[in-house]
Design a protein around this ligand. Structure first.
Ligand code: SF4
Length: 141
């Protein structure tokens, strides 16, 4: 686009954004694909003290050439502990989860950020993430 500013000072969130997970579990109850890479499969199965084969068989679904964490009947993530509402693998959760909400589609503009914030009470509160930290997270997505 002519005249479009690139880089930090062209970004609407150049002053940073607040986000701190409140551990409410809402995002884990939304049906959708949660991609896990071969490396993540290795790390998570080790954390769960089961074989990769067992983890794939009991917790993952094959989607194309990749794997996603499966869902319970109500659409919630299989890794969500229904009693505590906490992620059972939080320390080793997939990159897709740990980079939330700094996803390109959420960071598109203030409206997409605010819209996502209707689902996530951790957005726009708590820790202030700098532009640089956000960009680093975004690239990990
Ligand atoms: S919806 Fe937001 S606050 Fe709740 S668990 Fe997910 S990231 Fe954390």
């Amino acid at each position: 686009m002519p005249g479009e500013q690139k880089g930090k000072y062209g970004a609407w969130y150049c002053g940073g954004l607040q986000f701190e997970c409140q551990q409410c579990g809402s995002c884990c109850r939304i049906s959708g694909l949660v991609w896990v890479s071969p490396k993540e499969i290795r790390i998570i199965s080790k954390h769960m003290e089961i074989s990769e084969e067992e983890f794939r068989r009991s917790c993952l679904i094959k989607v194309g050439s990749g794997f996603s964490i499966g869902e319970a009947k109500d659409g919630s993530c299989l890794m969500l502990d229904s009693a505590t509402k906490r992620c059972k693998i939080y320390e080793v959760r997939p990159e897709q989860c740990s980079s939330f909400p700094f996803w390109p589609e959420v960071l598109k503009n203030p409206v997409t950020w605010a819209k996502e914030g209707l689902l996530c009470p951790g957005m726009s509160r708590g820790k202030l993430w700098t532009y640089e930290e956000i960009e680093e997270r975004k690239e990990e997505d």
